[in-house]
Each structure stands twice: as C-alpha cells, then as structure tokens.
Design a protein around this ligand. Structure first.
Ligand SMILES: *Cc1c(COP(=O)(O)O)cnc(C)c1O
Length: 404
C-alpha cells in the first residue's frame, strides 16, 4: 500500500525543525506576534496578520500535508469542528451534502442544526454498506459535498473509500461539477490511511486526538490535494477567524514528532487487548478492524496500513444472553469503577488509555431507536488504547470483569 512508502517517521521528527534563521534555533519558537512587518513598500512578507497565517501554523500544516500527500500547504484550525465549519462553506442553499448516519456525534449535530436553516440539503446513509445502491442513490442527488469517515465511531465500521470515489467520479451536477469528497481521518491518522492517494479531495482531522496525542489541547486541520481548493478554504479561514493560536499549533507540532511511534505501539496493544476481550466469557462482541471476525476486516486490510488503537466491546448482561442489551447500569458502573486499565472519560488518541460508555456519553443525543438501528447497545463500551504495557491493560480490565 502506498502509505508504507512514505517516511512518516522523518516527516514527523523534523516538523518545524531548523526553520528559524535569526538565532538558528533548532526547535521553532512560539510566534505570539499578531503582526508581521511588510517585506517592502507594497510587498507583503510571508506573514502579515496572525488571523490569516503565522509560522507555527505553517510548520504543522507543511508536515501534515507531506504526510497526507497534499498540495504542500494546509489549514490549521482551532478545533476539528472549526475545520468542518470551513468545509461547509463549500456548499450553498439547495446543494446536497451526503454524510454517514454514524458520523462523529459533533458532525451529526452540526449538519442537523444547519440543514433545517436551508443552508444545504442533507442526505444521511450507511456509507459502510457493501451494497453499491447506497452510493448510487446518494449520487442521484448530484451532491456538492460527500463527507466520509472511517472507521466509524463507536463500532469501527469500515467504509470503502475507493468505491465511493468511483461512484463520485461518474457524477456531475447541473454546472458540470464533480462532488467534493472529504474524509475525516481523525481515527487512523495519515500513518495508517492516506485518502488523498485514492482520489479524495480533502482530508480533515481533529488534531485533538492522535496527532497532538497528549490530551492537552483542542485543534483541527484540513489538507487538500489541489491548491485551488486549499486557497478557497484558506480564504474562509482568514475571513471567519477559525485558525489555531500559535501555542496550540506549536504544541501540536511537538505531539506530531512522536505520532508514528505512538500509533505503532497503540495498535499493537489494541490487537492484544481485542484478542483478550474476544476470548473473555463476560464479553459478548468485540469490534476491532484487526479481528478476522470484524465485518470490515478484509476491507481494512486492503485499505489501511494499520488497524488503529480504538476498539469497543459489549459486556455480557446478567442474563448471560447474547444480546449486549440486557446489561444494566449497575453492571456497567461496577465494571467501570473496578477496572484499572483506563480513565473513565470521552475522547481518544491520547498517551493514556480511556474508557467511555457511548449510550450515556458520546451518543446520548441519539434517540434510543436510532442507537438501536445503528447497533449501539447499552452494554457497549469504547476503549482508546494508550501507551501502557498491554499486559497491564489486560490485567486492569480483568479486575473489572472479576467484580461483575
Ligand atoms: C473529536 C472528533 C471530531 C471533532 O473534533 P474537535 O477537535 O473535538 O472539535 C471530529 N471527528 C472525529 C472523528 C472526532 O473524534
């Protein structure tokens, strides 16, 4: 796979390094200045005003663009949702936006809030379905924007991005334009997946998760394949003021230095934890793309360079039935407080492990029926594997099961 040829380790290690010329600092300083001197009369320098651009954003953007195979530039935003806000400036009233019905909760909330205001029309579908009719129905709408995200949250469903690109390639709207395809690459990072190499137009991230990786800031990024699309979105970042501050961009660059190392370690551990859970008598189902039993396994092998550090699993309810639905709040609480593997908190992709309960946390805004339709049952727990020894994680989880 193309991903494996990229020297991610070097790009990450060298992000922002040797860029400062006045004092020859090896590590880039934090440029807090809001303004930059003109290069000459009537001639702007590289930077002018920090809402528009500043060196710390450029260092991070250039490294991410190289990793993703982008146009050399990128947009660094104040959050993942700020990145989505920019991407949604590409559509106008009447345009169709296609999105997965199991997209990240914040993405769904944003789309659901804007569509009724008439800013665009929204078509949600099962983007992970192997049935080609799903993409055909979506393309019949001649959408302006197609939002893909993979693997999905919390069940780690895998979307066939290449198949979507093929469907999109045949589609034109009344003005002869092909839909813009955007992939939320937060879950895998460019270390494991490079959607631009498949023909996707832009990739966006919540850098809050793996890219920063240290659970100490909120941030986002957009990397485009073509400079024209980049320039259009860059105009919006300066106009809307959604760019990241210098300190956050600098801290994210520091986190990026170790991204490939963290991902390698975390997904190796995730595989071991998934195997342990899959064989446990108090677990019903385990969702991890690296398990052969996972519905998206074969596609994940074809499409990704690694399976990532996220998994989810269902506690077996008191009835011991294979439902995952008869688990009680009492059982969940007992397990969560007795396990010693992870902090009980939302989010993912940090150096320390996290456990969360989708039904009462990330997916609480969904109706009970919608959760049932998406397959998110009450007994489901999501686990973000950190850098702890896998033996320690397994032992910590076992303490939770022992208390049940
Ligand atoms: C967290 C997250 C977002 C939103 O990013 P923020 O940085 O929290 O604004 C978007 N997509 C995915 C997949 C996420 O996990």
């Amino acid at each position: 796979m193309e991903t494996k040829k990229i020297s991610h380790d070097s790009i990450c290690a060298l992000a922002g390094v040797d860029r400062e010329s006045q004092h020859k600092a090896v590590v880039a300083p934090i440029y807090t200045s809001s303004i930059y001197r003109m290069a000459d009369f009537g001639v702007e320098g590289e930077h002018e005003y920090a809402r528009v651009s500043h060196p710390n954003r450029s260092h991070l953007a250039e490294a991410l663009s190289e990793m993703e195979g982008g146009c050399g530039k990128g947009i660094i935003t104040a959050s993942g949702m700020a990145a989505l806000n920019l991407i949604l400036q590409l559509v106008q009233p009447g345009d169709w936006v296609v999105s997965g019905h199991d997209a990240y909760g914040g993405t769904q909330r944003f789309l659901d809030a804007l569509a009724p205001r008439g800013l665009f029309r929204l078509h949600c579908c099962d983007i992970n379905s192997p049935d080609p009719a799903v993409a055909e129905r979506a393309m019949a709408l001649q959408p302006r924007l197609v939002l893909l995200e993979t693997p999905s949250n919390p069940l780690l469903g895998v979307c066939d991005v290449r198949a979507w690109i093929e469907a999109v390639a045949k589609t034109r709207d009344a003005q002869g334009r092909r839909p813009v395809v955007a992939v939320d690459n937060t879950m895998l990072s460019p270390v494991n997946f490079r959607p631009l190499s498949l023909g996707v137009d832009l990739v966006w991230h919540s850098t809050t998760k793996y890219i920063n990786g240290h659970t100490d800031l909120i941030g986002g990024a957009i990397i485009c394949r073509e400079p024209d699309l980049h320039d259009e979105l860059d105009w919006w970042v300066k106009t809307m003021g959604l760019g990241a501050a210098a300190f956050d961009a600098w801290l994210t660059t520091r986190g990026l230095h170790t991204l490939p190392l963290r991902i390698r370690r975390e997904q190796e551990s995730a595989g071991q934890v998934a195997e342990f859970l899959a064989g446990h008598p108090k677990v019903d189902q385990v969702f991890y793309p690296g398990l052969e039993s996972h519905v998206g396994h074969e596609l994940a092998v074809r499409q990704f360079a690694g399976f990532g550090g996220m998994l989810s699993f269902e506690l077996r309810g008191r009835g011991g039935q294979k439902t995952g639905a008869d688990t009680t709040a009492e059982e969940l609480k007992t397990f969560i407080y007795a396990q010693k593997a992870a902090s009980f908190a939302v989010s993912l992709g940090g150096v320390s492990s996290l456990i969360s309960h989708p039904s009462t946390m990330t997916h609480i805004d969904m109706s009970e029926e919608a959760r049932a339709a998406a397959g998110i049952r009450y007994g489901l727990l999501r686990f973000s594997v950190g850098l702890e020894e896998p033996e320690r994680l397994i032992c910590g989880l076992e303490q939770g099961f022992a208390a049940l």
